[in-house]
Design a protein around this ligand. Structure first.
Ligand code: GSH
Length: 211
């Protein structure tokens, strides 16, 4: 048994993969694609009955839901050099949870609409008006994040980079095709750039290019 992460990196599997690289974990990457039916085979459905990637199999402990996978790995394993990506205190843990749930409930759907309708879908199927509407709705939660970062804090939870930064940046990174969406959110833009420039993120993305 070993630690396995299922799902191509150019998908929500990028979240646990990013965490695994931050932590310096040894793991087996199984680049299951989301298209073409690989997530609907009987064997895969035994891992995740929802038929989605990612899945983490940690020596027999099965985790699905990408944010749960990221939070689980951060809680379960320390950083290679010591310390943790998880919250260390109740206050930090609260910050990790609230920002992660915020990303999923307040931002993810609209951020995905922006990505799909500006960059991912074939051009003839894109609906620019859907991207525009989603981008307009996102200004409300993005203003909340801008405010959170306005007292000089460099990260979302506590004084250091945590899994909360991974979880939120993995969603807001989908806005990169439309930089104008962050034009009046300089603190969010700078924080996002710092997160996405991290070596571990680049390593996880590079897996995507290989898969
Ligand atoms: N809420 C789930 C969504 C998972 C999800 O929709 N994954 C996509 C790839 S990013 C997928 O597996 N799609 C294949 C399918 O639904 O058949 C999570 O965050 O893990």
């Amino acid at each position: 048994m070993s630690l396995k992460i299922y799902g191509i990196a150019a998908s929500r599997a990028g979240r646990p993969l990013w965490v695994a690289h931050e932590l310096g974990l040894s793991y087996e990457h199984i680049p299951t694609p989301y298209a073409g039916g690989a997530t609907r085979t009987p064997d895969f459905l035994k891992l995740n009955p929802n038929g989605h990637i990612p899945v983490v199999d940690d020596h027999g402990v099965i985790v699905w839901e990408s944010m749960a996978c990221a939070l689980y790995l951060a809680q379960r394993y320390p950083l290679a050099g010591g310390g943790s990506l998880a919250g260390n205190t109740p206050a930090e843990q609260a910050d990790v949870l609230r920002w992660t749930f915020w990303a999923v409930t307040e931002c993810e759907k609209d951020a995905l609409a922006v990505l799909m309708h500006t960059a991912v879908m074939p051009e003839d199927r894109r609906k620019p008006e859907l991207a525009q509407e989603a981008g307009a709705r996102l200004q409300v939660p993005l203003a909340v994040l801008e405010q959170h970062l306005s007292d000089g804090r460099p990260h979302l939870a506590g004084e250091r980079f945590t899994v909360a930064d991974v979880c939120v940046a993995s969603v807001l990174g989908w806005l990169q095709p439309v930089p104008a969406l962050l034009a009046d959110k300089p603190l969010v833009a700078a924080w996002l750039k710092r997160c996405l420039s991290r070596e571990a993120h680049k390593q996880a993305r590079a897996l995507g290019r290989k898969a």
